[in-house]
Design a protein around this ligand. Structure first.
Ligand SMILES: NC(=O)c1ccc[n+]([C@@H]2O[C@H](COP(=O)([O-])OP(=O)(O)OC[C@H]3O[C@@H](n4cnc5c(N)ncnc54)[C@H](OP(=O)(O)O)[C@@H]3O)[C@@H](O)[C@H]2O)c1
Length: 269
């Protein structure tokens, strides 16, 4: 890859993406330029990743062939107003914010522009992201492949229709938060029974990782896998009964639905 990759904003998600793309050889540090406002944070970023940094977003906009906007959604529009006269003609804007449509980006640039909309998640930090990706019509096949390769360097990527982006936010963008809560609660159960806390996290997290791999690698229905663990009259069916009594599935479904609803509301603002 000989293209210059620009980041405007480099917080949690931006760093996860940068780390993934450098670790997996999508690009090299000397082809990346980053801007954010905090100069001390930029020094740390230079030391950690070896990339060029600046506090001037327009410098990044001028140099980038692929420009990743990794700021919070509420400042997207002002950032686009700041940079729109400086970006290269054929730049690809990669946008990762919840609640901002491709159409909003096109309107903000006020001219035809290549836009890729991605919804990754923070497991990108360990090469296990799940990313939903869509494009506007301005990207050609090579452009699309380049952006898909970028996100493939962070984990798994699926090309989706933009109408599914809110569902992606619920199912993988935001869901790690509640999956961590599940790990925490499962570990609490073991701590209650006397297991040291760190050991309990190890057991609970590995159980979740193994269960996820079972779903992905066997292709079996999650319900079938659950049934296979439940011996008649055994401990697991007791656990499942209590989880149903306490509304585990309904509460998780409602939580995912809440994230999706919020994403739709943000987009309509
Ligand atoms: N976190 C997730 O799991 C996740 C998942 C999918 C998508 N996203 C999306 O990723 C985006 C970033 O989220 P995040 O969690 O990484 O946020 P974050 O950690 O708060 O990072 C935001 C970054 O923006 C920078 N910034 C703020 N104002 C700026 C400005 N005027 N010019 C340049 N840089 C500026 C901040 O640095 P300074 O303060 O130094 O300027 C910081 O580096 C959001 O749009 C979010 O919707 C997040």
């Amino acid at each position: 890859m000989t293209k210059t990759i620009g980041f405007i904003g480099l917080g949690n998600m931006g760093q996860a993406i940068l780390k993934g793309m450098l670790t997996n050889g999508f690009t090299t540090a000397n082809q990346v330029i980053v801007s954010r406002r905090n100069p001390e944070a930029l020094v740390q970023i230079e030391e950690k990743f070896g990339v060029e940094t600046t506090t001037d977003n327009r410098v990044v906009a001028k140099q980038a062939d692929l420009l990743i906007l990794a700021v919070k959604p509420n400042i997207y529009v002002s950032i686009m107003q700041e940079i729109r006269d400086y970006v290269k003609d054929d730049v690809i804007i990669v946008h990762i914010a919840a609640g901002i449509s491709i159409a909003t980006i096109e309107t903000a640039f006020a001219r035809p522009i290549k836009v890729a909309r991605a919804m990754p998640n923070t497991p990108a930090m360990v090469g296990q992201a799940m990313t939903g990706l869509c494009f506007n019509d301005a990207l050609n096949a090579d452009d699309k492949k380049m952006v898909a390769d970028l996100f493939a360097s962070l984990g798994k990527v699926e090309i989706i229709d933009e109408t599914l982006i809110d569902a992606v936010i619920g199912v993988s963008g935001s869901s790690p938060a509640i999956l961590y809560m599940v790990i925490e609660a499962v570990a609490d159960g073991a701590v209650k029974a006397g297991m040291p806390r760190q050991q309990a996290y190890q057991f609970a997290a590995q159980a979740m990782l193994g269960s996820a791999k079972m779903v992905l690698e066997t292709g079996e229905h999650p319900g079938q896998l659950k049934d296979a663990v439940c011996s008649p009259g055994g401990t697991t069916i007791e656990m499942v009964t209590k989880a149903e009594e306490k509304g585990l599935r309904a509460s998780i479904l409602a939580s995912v639905d809440a994230a999706i609803t919020k994403s739709i509301q943000l987009t309509q603002k």
